[in-house]
Design a binder for this molecule. Sequence first.
Ligand code: 5GP
Length: 210
Amino acid sequence: MSNNPDRDGELYVIAAPSGAGKTSLINSALEEFPSLAFSVSDTTRAARRGEVDGVHYHFIEPATFTERVAQGRYLEHAEVFGHGYGTDRARVRQLWGKGCDVLLEIDVQGAAQVRQSHPQACLIFILPPSLEALRARLVARGTDQPDVIARRLGEARHEISACLEFDWILVNDQFNHARQQLMSILRAWPLRRERQKIVQRSRLADLLSS
Ligand code: 5GP
């Protein structure tokens, strides 16, 4: 990865336990910011009903995933619920090359890897208001059996314990409120000092020249 902040766009990571409402928030952000691009991950799990290859995920064989891991093709990768998931670094680079900022929707293991390799990335965690609310949402979604819901809730506790490693923590209690907060982060992040030192270098030089 080039890691050239003069040329690369922003890298946003969004993580949340299953059922915290992150997909709706992400879709809303993608609508609001035309220059924001979603990075479609590879996964070895089977497509669920309604999922389209190349849109929701690139569905690949486990052998292909293992090969790609060995080739170092992934910016980050992890095993989640027994399946491989990974972010192809070439795809991210391609999106940056088109002038986009890139959004990754990945788990906490992947987020920790991004933190290491891309310290300038913006890590956002979405919390559910409570475990009860999370349980209610998973039940209402109607896609999981009770045993799967119990497993997802156990996993949620583990994921939530990682939220303090993130830059931003949102509580998705009321969608519109959480949405506004997410938009605020996405608007403010590019204005941080470390980025502006680079982007505004020549302006600052002009302004400060005597
Ligand atoms: P699902 O299979 O329900 O779509 O996703 C299961 C979990 O895998 C979610 O926590 C999701 O954020 C995570 N995930 C999806 N794509 C990636 C990826 O490319 N890398 C990592 N590390 N996790 C991913």
